[in-house]
Design a protein around this ligand. Structure first.
Ligand code: ADP
Length: 435
């Protein structure tokens, strides 16, 4: 059964109103029809109750249909509006539609079929428009919500980056401040071990040596944190100079041989460079190799460790560190280069460390315009391969003069030898000492 429609006819001419009523009745439209003769009554009728459709005469006595439509729309009164025009009012009809009328019909064309068809189509068009408007409003609301969320995320991101900077600043300040007393501990224990300051008993010597070794270990950790925090905020510069790469590699391997010997591991080095000279930061190259080599020694219980340096096409060189250690599962390949990540994160883990070594290597290699490759199999061993340009990009390079080598092959800075000797130690990773 068709629903009864609540309709309103607004016309000052009673005969015209009757014509509409008759046509709709003849068309069999189930309806409840109200009639008013001027715009004031129409406005108050529409204000007090809702209608399914309004038939509106364009020529009304107090104000014309166009003004009434504008008034209704600005009062947010929503209803399908069919304007009944006189013959020759087509131009006006276009204006009426633009102002918000749903449809129009010339009074001369009023017939049961025409009026019923215009009524049905006006209601259909009106509801389609309403749905489109609703969808549009919903869309606008969603866009506004999204914009709000975006703003929220931006604020959170800003806060996060601020917190991260504060964390880096805190780490940098703390590790820097802790290095001074640490250097005093190391310095004074070294002095105590010198014979000219008096002979220590065997037990005393053992104790001072432990202070010295643990002090060095702590200093190494502090320097690692300091380097990492500097790298994180992009405040670590490379000091590029031309140097003999084979020499540095042999030097580091020599420095670390005792650690491999202590675990009865064979340590081999093979440098195969026609031209051994590269332009890079020797301190940082040393740091990369020490980090990789100390890991290789730490994570290998028996077997061999190989350090190889080779020439590559396109003016590049490669440094390879291979071991026959515990290996790494391929699912962990990416993770282990993240800061503070270790394959074994448990407190009871067998191998000590901060989890910063590879993160530092990764950042340094990137700064140098190089790449790291990892091949590994659990229980078989690992191979870390670093490919570097023979000359690093100069954008990451500090303006400081190059650090010359002293006669022991150790780097020092002519400008600030104290600070440089600290950063030199930054790169050395000592094994865990007995306490
Ligand atoms: P740390 O050595 O201080 O734990 P790193 O960043 O140097 O931190 O290494 C992260 C992790 O990667 C190590 O904890 C270890 O799980 C794994 N790893 C690194 N090098 C090796 C290696 N040569 N053999 C096996 N595992 C390794």
């Amino acid at each position: 059964m068709e629903e009864t429609l609540k309709l309103l006819v607004v016309d000052d001419d009673e005969i015209d109103r009757m014509a509409v009523r008759r046509a709709l009745t003849e068309a069999g439209v189930p309806m409840e029809l109200s009639e008013v003769s001027d715009s004031n009554d129409a406005f108050s009728a529409l204000n007090t109750s809702s209608y399914d459709c309004v038939f509106l005469d364009y020529r009304l006595p107090l104000q014309d249909g166009l003004t009434l439509i504008k008034q209704l729309r600005s009062s947010k009164i929503k209803v399908p509006l069919v304007v009944l025009t006189d013959q020759g009012d087509e131009e006006i009809a276009v204006q009426l539609i633009k102002a918000g009328a749903t449809d129009y019909l010339s009074k001369s064309r009023i017939s049961p079929e025409n009026l019923a068809q215009v009524l049905r189509s006006a209601i259909r068009v009106y509801w389609a428009e309403m749905q489109a408007t609703l969808a549009q409003e919903e869309l606008i609301l969603k866009i506004q919500q999204l914009e709000k969320q975006q703003q929220h995320i931006q604020i959170q991101n800003f806060k996060l980056s601020e917190t991260s900077q504060l964390k880096s600043h805190f780490l940098a300040t703390m590790s820097h401040e802790l290095r001074t007393p640490m250097n005093a501990i190391i310095g004074f224990s070294q002095i105590l071990l010198r014979p000219k300051f008096g002979q220590l008993t065997h037990q005393q010597t053992d104790m001072v040596e432990r202070i010295l070794n643990n002090g060095k270990h702590l200093l190494m950790l502090l320097n690692e944190v300091l380097d990492f925090s500097k790298l994180e905020v992009g405040r670590l510069d490379l000091k590029a100079e031309r140097f003999d790469l084979s020499k540095i590699i042999n030097l580091v391997v020599g420095e670390m041989r005792s650690l491999a010997d202590a675990k009865k591991l064979s340590l081999f080095v093979q440098t195969d460079l026609q031209n051994p000279f590269v332009v890079n930061d020797p301190v940082r190259i040393k740091q990369i190799l020490i980090n990789l080599l100390s890991n290789a020694i730490k994570f290998t219980e028996s077997g061999e460790i190989w350090v190889e340096v080779q020439e590559l096409p396109a003016n590049r060189v490669t440094i390879i560190v291979r071991d026959t250690g515990i290996g790494i599962a391929s699912k962990d390949f990416k993770r282990i280069f993240e800061a503070f990540i270790q394959v074994d994160q448990s407190i009871t883990r067998k191998y000590p460390g901060t989890g910063l070594g590879l993160a530092i290597v990764d950042s340094l290699v990137r700064m140098m315009g190089g790449k790291i490759f990892l091949e590994s199999k659990l229980g078989i061993g690992s191979m870390f391969k670093i490919e570097l340009p023979r000359q690093i990009p100069l954008t990451n390079v500090a303006d400081d003069p190059p650090t010359p080598l002293n006669e022991e092959g150790i780097f020092y800075s002519a400008k600030n030898s104290h600070q440089s000797s600290q950063s030199r130690q930054a790169s050395i990773r000592y094994p865990k000492f007995k306490i």
